[in-house]
Write a protein that binds this ligand. Structure first.
Ligand code: LLP
Length: 421
């Protein structure tokens, strides 16, 4: 797939991406080759306007369709305070999956009352931190958590909570990121939920605000939200219905995904139809908010030929684990040569044969020193980055209107040693 087709770049690239007359990718008005030179590679380049536009797309769609709503960014998708700060400025609320993400969300500037805490194994420390910070909701996952909170919430005060329910519905996605089926580690089964509801309503420690479901991630067919909400609707009458995010995105130019508008409209109308009017509809998108804003830049280190052609870059499974974990498909381009022509495997630098970023990539005459760009790396890229082989996690660089600023620096060797006693 060539980078430029019919004079324009495909929908997988951040909004506003262009290719100049030399064929060089321009991200947020910045030249990708200059970005690679200035900040080094691998680097996560985040187009700030893309991030803001998608946040507004969610908020505008909810504003159009729902009278009462809340949109939480699932911070696990890009848990970096500069990124989350942009989303807080745009008016989103925040979902955190533990104490670490809570600390990041607070640093990013979210009001504590607009943060909620998830987790199927919240520790006592995390629950204490959440209570201490005064967060909006704790999303209760299991009976042991109810016991723990009954001990921790001081007499005379109470905490607003949601109950996470697994509705017993599995969408069409990778099994590792399907979460709402009958045999999941997340939430209460529909069988146990009534008992959880009864206990929370009977206790003066809790203010039960509603139910929560998250059936999975990278959902491209939104039909399963209906049977899932039907199962939830049988559990009673509540103010808030949190439908848990999950909207998938196109990772390659051949793929397409439902629009944010269609996805939001569908979820809001399902609540109105199956639960009734006058409810708060909440959602927690991660991927669809942050995936497209980011392009990872690499530099080719070697090219070799055996049965296939292998093009190896200076990153890999340490900055993008998704191909390795889920067989996720990406596309890649040589910056400055927007065509294709050489079918090859774009390999990472790590000591495992599985460390391949793109199988059968179509690159234009790749050579050592070339800068490679892979789009759609914002969601769960930085998030699952690691130090395998002593790799240094990449910087995050914001680009906007032709200016670039490093908001998270590259790790150093000292960072690898700093925790040693
Ligand atoms: N809410 C809850 C409770 C979640 O567990 C998740 C994602 C979300 C919201 C956001 O879902 P999204 O809108 O991003 O689909 N590492 C995997 C994705 C794991 C998703 C885990 N939960 C990947 O790279 O595909």
């Amino acid at each position: 797939m060539a980078l430029v087709q019919e004079g324009t770049v495909s929908h997988v690239w951040p909004l506003g991406t262009t290719v100049d007359e030399r064929g060089v990718l321009q991200l947020g008005g910045c030249d990708a080759l200059e970005l690679a030179r200035e900040f080094g590679t691998p680097a996560y380049i985040v187009v700030e306007d893309d991030l803001r536009t998608r946040a507004r797309a969610f908020l505008d769609a909810f504003e159009r369709h729902a009278a009462d709503y809340e949109v939480h960014v699932a911070s696990k998708s890009f848990p970096s305070s500069p990124v989350l700060r942009v989303l807080a400025e745009e008016g989103l609320a925040c979902d955190v999956a533990g104490g670490g993400e809570l600390a990041i969300a607070l640093r990013a500037g979210f009001e504590p009352g607009r943060i909620h805490l998830h987790g199927n194994a919240k520790t006592e420390r995390e629950l204490r931190e959440a209570l201490h910070a005064g967060i909006g909701d704790i999303v209760i996952d299991n009976f042991d958590e109810i016991d723990a909170l009954e001990r921790l919430i001081p007499h005379g005060s109470h905490q607003r909570v949601l109950i996470r329910v697994a509705p017993g519905v599995s969408p069409d996605t990778h099994p590792k990121i399907s979460t709402g089926g009958p045999n999941t580690k997340f939430g209460f089964s529909t069988h146990d939920a009534p008992e959880a509801i009864r206990r929370l309503q009977a206790s003066d420690r809790f203010d039960l605000d509603g139910l929560h479901m998250h059936i999975g991630s990278q959902i491209l067919d939104i039909a399963p939200f209906r049977p899932a909400l039907e199962a939830m609707a049988r559990l009673g009458e509540f103010r808030t219905w949190n439908l848990g995010g999950g909207l998938g995105v196109a990772y390659t130019s051949e793929q397409s995904a439902p629009s944010i508008e269609d996805y939001v409209k569908n979820k809001v109308s399902l609540v109105e139809e199956l639960i009734g009017p006058g409810h708060r509809v909440a959602d927690e998108p991660g991927r669809a908010l942050v995936a497209h804003c980011c392009v990872t830049l690499y530099t080719v280190q070697s090219v070799k030929r055996n049965v296939a052609t292998w093009v190896a870059v200076d990153g890999g499974m340490s900055d993008n684990l998704r191909p390795m974990l889920y067989g996720a498909r990406y596309e890649a381009h040589v910056v400055g040569r927007p065509g294709g022509g050489t079918v090859c495997h774009l390999a990472g630098k790590h000591c495992e044969s599985g460390d391949v970023l793109v199988h059968d990539a179509d690159l234009a005459d790749p050579r050592p020193g070339d800068v490679i760009a892979t789009p759609v790396t914002g969601a769960y890229g930085h998030s699952m980055a690691n130090n395998y082989n002593g790799g240094l996690r990449p910087p995050i660089v914001f680009v906007k209107d032709g200016d670039a600023r490093e908001v998270v620096r590259r790790e150093t060797y000292d960072d690898l040693l700093v925790r040693d006693a």
